[in-house]
Design a protein. Structure first.
Length: 367
Protein backbone atom coordinates (compact mmCIF):
# COMPACT_ATOMS: atom_id res chain seq x y z
CA UNK A 1 0.00 0.00 0.00
CA UNK A 2 2.92 2.35 0.71
CA UNK A 3 4.21 1.80 -2.81
CA UNK A 4 0.75 2.39 -4.28
CA UNK A 5 0.42 5.68 -2.32
CA UNK A 6 3.89 6.82 -3.43
CA UNK A 7 3.18 6.10 -7.11
CA UNK A 8 -0.20 7.84 -6.80
CA UNK A 9 1.47 10.97 -5.38
CA UNK A 10 3.93 11.03 -8.29
CA UNK A 11 1.17 10.76 -10.90
CA UNK A 12 -1.00 13.39 -9.19
CA UNK A 13 1.96 15.77 -8.95
CA UNK A 14 2.70 15.28 -12.63
CA UNK A 15 -0.91 15.92 -13.61
CA UNK A 16 -1.09 19.10 -11.50
CA UNK A 17 2.11 20.39 -13.07
CA UNK A 18 0.74 20.06 -16.62
CA UNK A 19 -3.03 20.16 -16.27
CA UNK A 20 -3.28 23.91 -15.53
CA UNK A 21 -2.06 24.91 -18.99
CA UNK A 22 -2.45 22.18 -21.59
CA UNK A 23 -1.46 24.46 -24.47
CA UNK A 24 1.86 25.42 -22.86
CA UNK A 25 3.32 22.62 -20.71
CA UNK A 26 5.60 23.50 -17.85
CA UNK A 27 9.30 23.03 -18.67
CA UNK A 28 9.86 20.41 -15.98
CA UNK A 29 6.99 18.22 -17.23
CA UNK A 30 7.22 18.32 -21.03
CA UNK A 31 10.50 19.99 -21.93
CA UNK A 32 11.83 16.68 -23.30
CA UNK A 33 9.97 16.50 -26.60
CA UNK A 34 9.75 13.28 -28.63
CA UNK A 35 12.74 14.51 -30.66
CA UNK A 36 14.92 13.70 -27.63
CA UNK A 37 14.09 10.02 -28.10
CA UNK A 38 14.01 9.70 -31.88
CA UNK A 39 16.87 7.78 -33.49
CA UNK A 40 19.25 9.54 -35.89
CA UNK A 41 17.10 8.66 -38.91
CA UNK A 42 14.07 11.00 -38.92
CA UNK A 43 10.98 8.87 -39.61
CA UNK A 44 8.16 9.80 -41.93
CA UNK A 45 4.78 10.31 -40.34
CA UNK A 46 2.23 7.53 -40.59
CA UNK A 47 0.52 9.28 -43.50
CA UNK A 48 3.79 9.43 -45.45
CA UNK A 49 4.52 13.12 -44.80
CA UNK A 50 7.79 14.25 -43.28
CA UNK A 51 7.84 14.13 -39.49
CA UNK A 52 8.98 17.08 -37.37
CA UNK A 53 10.02 16.34 -33.80
CA UNK A 54 8.84 12.76 -34.42
CA UNK A 55 5.49 14.04 -35.68
CA UNK A 56 4.35 16.21 -32.79
CA UNK A 57 5.04 19.77 -31.65
CA UNK A 58 5.52 20.41 -27.90
CA UNK A 59 2.04 21.92 -27.55
CA UNK A 60 0.49 18.85 -29.22
CA UNK A 61 2.53 16.58 -26.97
CA UNK A 62 0.93 18.08 -23.88
CA UNK A 63 -2.49 16.95 -25.11
CA UNK A 64 -1.45 13.29 -25.00
CA UNK A 65 -2.25 11.48 -21.78
CA UNK A 66 0.24 8.62 -21.49
CA UNK A 67 -1.99 6.78 -19.07
CA UNK A 68 -4.90 6.67 -21.52
CA UNK A 69 -5.70 3.36 -23.18
CA UNK A 70 -6.21 2.98 -26.95
CA UNK A 71 -9.48 4.29 -28.34
CA UNK A 72 -10.38 0.93 -29.88
CA UNK A 73 -12.01 -1.49 -27.48
CA UNK A 74 -10.02 -4.58 -26.54
CA UNK A 75 -10.83 -7.65 -28.61
CA UNK A 76 -12.58 -10.47 -26.83
CA UNK A 77 -10.50 -13.61 -26.43
CA UNK A 78 -7.01 -13.80 -27.91
CA UNK A 79 -5.38 -10.59 -29.12
CA UNK A 80 -5.02 -10.37 -32.91
CA UNK A 81 -1.86 -8.46 -33.98
CA UNK A 82 -3.45 -7.81 -37.38
CA UNK A 83 -5.88 -5.45 -35.61
CA UNK A 84 -2.99 -2.95 -35.57
CA UNK A 85 -2.64 -1.32 -39.02
CA UNK A 86 0.62 -1.68 -40.93
CA UNK A 87 2.63 1.52 -40.56
CA UNK A 88 3.59 3.72 -43.50
CA UNK A 89 6.39 5.36 -41.51
CA UNK A 90 10.04 4.90 -42.39
CA UNK A 91 11.36 3.29 -39.23
CA UNK A 92 14.75 4.21 -37.74
CA UNK A 93 17.22 1.37 -37.19
CA UNK A 94 16.28 -1.14 -34.47
CA UNK A 95 15.83 -0.51 -31.53
CA UNK A 96 14.51 2.93 -32.68
CA UNK A 97 15.19 5.06 -29.58
CA UNK A 98 18.07 7.14 -28.27
CA UNK A 99 18.66 7.63 -24.56
CA UNK A 100 16.25 10.33 -23.32
CA UNK A 101 17.81 13.77 -22.85
CA UNK A 102 19.58 14.12 -19.52
CA UNK A 103 19.38 10.44 -18.57
CA UNK A 104 22.09 7.79 -18.39
CA UNK A 105 21.66 4.12 -19.15
CA UNK A 106 21.82 1.78 -16.19
CA UNK A 107 23.12 -1.10 -18.33
CA UNK A 108 26.44 -1.82 -20.00
CA UNK A 109 26.26 -1.84 -23.80
CA UNK A 110 26.96 -5.58 -23.93
CA UNK A 111 23.92 -6.28 -21.74
CA UNK A 112 21.34 -4.27 -23.69
CA UNK A 113 20.90 -6.61 -26.65
CA UNK A 114 19.81 -10.25 -26.53
CA UNK A 115 19.89 -12.25 -29.77
CA UNK A 116 16.82 -14.29 -28.80
CA UNK A 117 14.60 -14.25 -25.73
CA UNK A 118 10.98 -14.06 -24.64
CA UNK A 119 9.02 -11.24 -23.04
CA UNK A 120 5.49 -11.07 -21.66
CA UNK A 121 3.43 -8.15 -22.99
CA UNK A 122 -0.08 -7.12 -21.94
CA UNK A 123 -2.29 -7.30 -25.04
CA UNK A 124 -5.87 -6.29 -24.37
CA UNK A 125 -6.38 -7.53 -20.83
CA UNK A 126 -4.28 -10.69 -21.14
CA UNK A 127 -0.60 -11.60 -21.12
CA UNK A 128 1.03 -12.88 -24.31
CA UNK A 129 4.51 -14.36 -24.66
CA UNK A 130 6.44 -12.91 -27.62
CA UNK A 131 9.84 -14.23 -28.71
CA UNK A 132 12.58 -12.72 -30.85
CA UNK A 133 15.52 -10.33 -30.92
CA UNK A 134 15.35 -8.09 -27.87
CA UNK A 135 16.75 -4.76 -26.65
CA UNK A 136 16.21 -3.40 -23.15
CA UNK A 137 17.44 -0.44 -21.11
CA UNK A 138 16.81 1.19 -17.72
CA UNK A 139 17.20 4.74 -16.40
CA UNK A 140 17.19 6.35 -12.94
CA UNK A 141 14.58 9.10 -13.34
CA UNK A 142 15.15 11.11 -10.15
CA UNK A 143 18.96 11.30 -10.07
CA UNK A 144 21.20 14.00 -11.52
CA UNK A 145 20.39 17.49 -12.79
CA UNK A 146 17.62 16.42 -15.18
CA UNK A 147 14.76 14.54 -13.54
CA UNK A 148 11.68 12.96 -15.10
CA UNK A 149 8.31 12.24 -13.60
CA UNK A 150 6.79 8.85 -14.31
CA UNK A 151 4.20 10.52 -16.57
CA UNK A 152 6.75 12.49 -18.58
CA UNK A 153 8.94 9.44 -19.21
CA UNK A 154 6.06 7.31 -20.46
CA UNK A 155 4.48 10.14 -22.47
CA UNK A 156 7.68 10.80 -24.42
CA UNK A 157 7.89 7.19 -25.58
CA UNK A 158 4.18 7.09 -26.35
CA UNK A 159 4.48 10.13 -28.60
CA UNK A 160 7.43 8.74 -30.58
CA UNK A 161 5.83 5.31 -30.97
CA UNK A 162 2.58 6.88 -32.16
CA UNK A 163 4.51 8.96 -34.72
CA UNK A 164 6.10 5.75 -36.00
CA UNK A 165 2.66 4.27 -36.63
CA UNK A 166 2.51 2.17 -33.47
CA UNK A 167 -0.52 1.57 -31.30
CA UNK A 168 -0.91 0.97 -27.58
CA UNK A 169 -2.41 -2.50 -27.22
CA UNK A 170 -2.96 -2.95 -23.49
CA UNK A 171 -6.35 -2.07 -22.06
CA UNK A 172 -5.35 -3.16 -18.56
CA UNK A 173 -2.41 -3.06 -16.19
CA UNK A 174 -1.14 -6.03 -14.21
CA UNK A 175 -3.70 -7.48 -11.82
CA UNK A 176 -3.31 -10.23 -9.25
CA UNK A 177 -5.65 -12.43 -11.31
CA UNK A 178 -3.64 -11.85 -14.51
CA UNK A 179 -0.38 -12.69 -12.74
CA UNK A 180 -1.86 -15.87 -11.25
CA UNK A 181 -3.28 -17.00 -14.62
CA UNK A 182 0.20 -16.82 -16.18
CA UNK A 183 1.74 -19.02 -13.48
CA UNK A 184 2.69 -16.41 -10.89
CA UNK A 185 5.09 -13.51 -10.63
CA UNK A 186 8.24 -15.68 -10.61
CA UNK A 187 7.22 -17.35 -13.86
CA UNK A 188 6.52 -14.03 -15.59
CA UNK A 189 9.72 -12.38 -14.39
CA UNK A 190 11.84 -15.15 -15.92
CA UNK A 191 10.75 -13.52 -19.17
CA UNK A 192 10.58 -9.86 -18.14
CA UNK A 193 13.11 -7.10 -18.72
CA UNK A 194 11.11 -4.11 -17.50
CA UNK A 195 9.76 -2.92 -14.16
CA UNK A 196 8.75 -5.45 -11.53
CA UNK A 197 5.57 -7.39 -12.24
CA UNK A 198 3.26 -5.88 -9.63
CA UNK A 199 -0.06 -4.02 -10.02
CA UNK A 200 1.48 -0.82 -8.58
CA UNK A 201 3.89 -0.39 -11.50
CA UNK A 202 2.50 0.70 -14.89
CA UNK A 203 3.48 -1.34 -17.98
CA UNK A 204 2.42 0.11 -21.36
CA UNK A 205 2.54 -2.28 -24.33
CA UNK A 206 2.76 -1.10 -27.94
CA UNK A 207 2.88 -2.79 -31.33
CA UNK A 208 4.37 -1.45 -34.57
CA UNK A 209 3.63 -3.57 -37.65
CA UNK A 210 5.36 -3.40 -41.01
CA UNK A 211 4.51 -5.52 -44.05
CA UNK A 212 6.68 -8.36 -42.74
CA UNK A 213 7.63 -7.57 -39.14
CA UNK A 214 6.11 -7.06 -35.70
CA UNK A 215 7.86 -4.82 -33.18
CA UNK A 216 6.57 -5.11 -29.62
CA UNK A 217 7.51 -2.38 -27.15
CA UNK A 218 7.02 -2.11 -23.40
CA UNK A 219 7.54 1.13 -21.48
CA UNK A 220 7.30 0.75 -17.71
CA UNK A 221 8.21 2.53 -14.49
CA UNK A 222 8.71 1.40 -10.93
CA UNK A 223 11.01 0.76 -8.01
CA UNK A 224 12.14 3.13 -5.28
CA UNK A 225 13.90 5.32 -6.30
CA UNK A 226 11.89 5.78 -9.48
CA UNK A 227 13.28 4.05 -12.60
CA UNK A 228 12.10 3.89 -16.20
CA UNK A 229 12.42 0.85 -18.44
CA UNK A 230 12.06 0.27 -22.18
CA UNK A 231 11.96 -3.09 -24.00
CA UNK A 232 11.91 -3.39 -27.81
CA UNK A 233 11.40 -6.85 -29.33
CA UNK A 234 11.52 -7.77 -33.02
CA UNK A 235 9.32 -10.84 -33.23
CA UNK A 236 10.92 -13.84 -34.92
CA UNK A 237 11.38 -17.57 -34.51
CA UNK A 238 14.64 -18.79 -33.02
CA UNK A 239 17.25 -19.50 -35.67
CA UNK A 240 18.65 -22.99 -35.32
CA UNK A 241 22.31 -22.89 -34.32
CA UNK A 242 22.82 -26.61 -34.89
CA UNK A 243 22.48 -28.63 -38.04
CA UNK A 244 19.43 -30.69 -38.93
CA UNK A 245 19.52 -34.19 -37.50
CA UNK A 246 18.79 -36.61 -40.33
CA UNK A 247 17.09 -40.01 -40.37
CA UNK A 248 20.40 -41.90 -40.08
CA UNK A 249 21.40 -39.93 -36.97
CA UNK A 250 17.95 -40.48 -35.45
CA UNK A 251 18.26 -44.24 -36.00
CA UNK A 252 21.74 -44.30 -34.47
CA UNK A 253 20.52 -42.50 -31.32
CA UNK A 254 17.42 -44.67 -30.99
CA UNK A 255 19.44 -47.88 -31.43
CA UNK A 256 21.95 -46.73 -28.81
CA UNK A 257 19.71 -45.02 -26.25
CA UNK A 258 16.14 -45.96 -27.14
CA UNK A 259 15.19 -42.32 -27.77
CA UNK A 260 16.26 -39.13 -29.54
CA UNK A 261 15.48 -35.48 -28.75
CA UNK A 262 14.40 -33.23 -31.64
CA UNK A 263 13.87 -29.49 -31.78
CA UNK A 264 10.79 -28.79 -33.88
CA UNK A 265 9.50 -25.25 -34.38
CA UNK A 266 5.90 -24.49 -33.43
CA UNK A 267 4.08 -21.18 -33.29
CA UNK A 268 4.64 -19.53 -29.91
CA UNK A 269 2.50 -21.13 -27.19
CA UNK A 270 0.60 -23.16 -29.84
CA UNK A 271 0.71 -26.63 -31.39
CA UNK A 272 0.83 -25.34 -34.97
CA UNK A 273 3.88 -26.64 -36.84
CA UNK A 274 5.85 -23.86 -38.52
CA UNK A 275 6.97 -24.19 -42.13
CA UNK A 276 10.60 -24.60 -41.04
CA UNK A 277 9.60 -27.69 -39.01
CA UNK A 278 8.84 -29.65 -42.18
CA UNK A 279 12.44 -30.81 -42.87
CA UNK A 280 12.54 -32.48 -39.43
CA UNK A 281 9.16 -34.15 -40.01
CA UNK A 282 10.39 -35.38 -43.40
CA UNK A 283 13.43 -37.02 -41.75
CA UNK A 284 11.20 -38.78 -39.19
CA UNK A 285 9.12 -40.07 -42.10
CA UNK A 286 12.29 -41.42 -43.76
CA UNK A 287 13.26 -43.13 -40.49
CA UNK A 288 9.89 -44.89 -40.29
CA UNK A 289 9.87 -45.80 -43.99
CA UNK A 290 13.33 -47.41 -43.72
CA UNK A 291 12.33 -49.65 -40.78
CA UNK A 292 8.76 -50.88 -41.14
CA UNK A 293 8.95 -52.67 -37.79
CA UNK A 294 9.80 -49.52 -35.83
CA UNK A 295 7.10 -48.17 -33.51
CA UNK A 296 7.50 -44.81 -31.79
CA UNK A 297 6.07 -42.87 -28.89
CA UNK A 298 6.14 -39.15 -29.75
CA UNK A 299 6.60 -37.27 -26.48
CA UNK A 300 6.26 -33.50 -26.08
CA UNK A 301 8.20 -31.50 -23.47
CA UNK A 302 8.17 -27.83 -22.45
CA UNK A 303 10.16 -25.49 -20.23
CA UNK A 304 8.59 -24.30 -16.96
CA UNK A 305 7.21 -20.98 -18.29
CA UNK A 306 3.52 -20.82 -17.40
CA UNK A 307 1.49 -23.20 -15.28
CA UNK A 308 2.21 -26.93 -15.13
CA UNK A 309 -1.32 -27.74 -16.32
CA UNK A 310 -0.99 -25.46 -19.35
CA UNK A 311 2.41 -26.94 -20.23
CA UNK A 312 1.06 -30.49 -20.07
CA UNK A 313 -1.81 -29.51 -22.36
CA UNK A 314 0.54 -27.71 -24.78
CA UNK A 315 3.06 -30.56 -24.95
CA UNK A 316 0.24 -33.07 -25.53
CA UNK A 317 -1.14 -31.01 -28.41
CA UNK A 318 2.31 -30.60 -29.97
CA UNK A 319 3.03 -34.32 -29.83
CA UNK A 320 -0.33 -34.98 -31.50
CA UNK A 321 0.53 -32.45 -34.23
CA UNK A 322 3.72 -34.35 -35.07
CA UNK A 323 1.82 -37.66 -35.07
CA UNK A 324 -0.84 -36.18 -37.35
CA UNK A 325 1.77 -34.84 -39.77
CA UNK A 326 3.41 -38.27 -40.04
CA UNK A 327 0.08 -40.05 -40.56
CA UNK A 328 -0.70 -37.48 -43.23
CA UNK A 329 2.53 -38.49 -45.00
CA UNK A 330 1.48 -42.15 -45.05
CA UNK A 331 2.66 -43.70 -41.78
CA UNK A 332 0.32 -46.35 -40.35
CA UNK A 333 -1.14 -44.74 -37.19
CA UNK A 334 -0.88 -48.09 -35.35
CA UNK A 335 2.91 -47.59 -35.34
CA UNK A 336 2.66 -44.35 -33.38
CA UNK A 337 1.43 -42.99 -30.08
CA UNK A 338 1.75 -39.52 -28.57
CA UNK A 339 2.12 -38.19 -25.03
CA UNK A 340 2.58 -34.80 -23.40
CA UNK A 341 4.93 -34.66 -20.40
CA UNK A 342 4.92 -30.89 -19.94
CA UNK A 343 7.71 -29.48 -17.78
CA UNK A 344 8.27 -32.59 -15.66
CA UNK A 345 11.38 -34.00 -17.41
CA UNK A 346 13.83 -31.12 -18.04
CA UNK A 347 17.23 -31.92 -19.50
CA UNK A 348 18.71 -28.50 -18.63
CA UNK A 349 18.21 -25.70 -16.11
CA UNK A 350 15.20 -23.47 -16.70
CA UNK A 351 17.08 -20.50 -15.24
CA UNK A 352 18.42 -19.37 -18.63
CA UNK A 353 16.96 -19.03 -22.13
CA UNK A 354 19.54 -21.55 -23.37
CA UNK A 355 18.32 -24.12 -20.87
CA UNK A 356 14.65 -23.42 -21.54
CA UNK A 357 15.26 -23.81 -25.30
CA UNK A 358 16.77 -27.26 -24.70
CA UNK A 359 13.79 -28.30 -22.61
CA UNK A 360 11.29 -27.31 -25.34
CA UNK A 361 11.66 -30.50 -27.37
CA UNK A 362 9.94 -33.51 -28.91
CA UNK A 363 11.40 -36.93 -28.18
CA UNK A 364 11.00 -40.06 -30.26
CA UNK A 365 10.98 -43.06 -27.92
CA UNK A 366 11.18 -46.63 -29.25
CA UNK A 367 8.21 -48.81 -28.26
Amino acid sequence: MAVRRLMGMIVVAAMLATGCNQSAPAPDEASATPASLAAETAPAAADGSAATDAGMAPDELADVDAAAMPEASAPSGEFDPSSVPVTNASLPPFPFFKTPDGLESGLAEKDKNVSFDGQYFIAGDKLVMIEGKLFHDTFALQNGDRTYSEREFRKNYESVITALGGKQVNTSQYTDAMIAAAGGRDTIEKNAHGAAVVPDYPHDSYLIRTADKEYWIEVSTGHIPLHGFVVVLEREAMKQSVGLIDAAAMKQAIDADGHVALYINFDTDKATLRADAQPVIAEIDKLLAADQGLRLSIQGHTDNTGSAAHNTELSTARARSVLGALVGMGTDPSRLESRGLGQDQPIASNDSEDGRAKNRRVELVKL
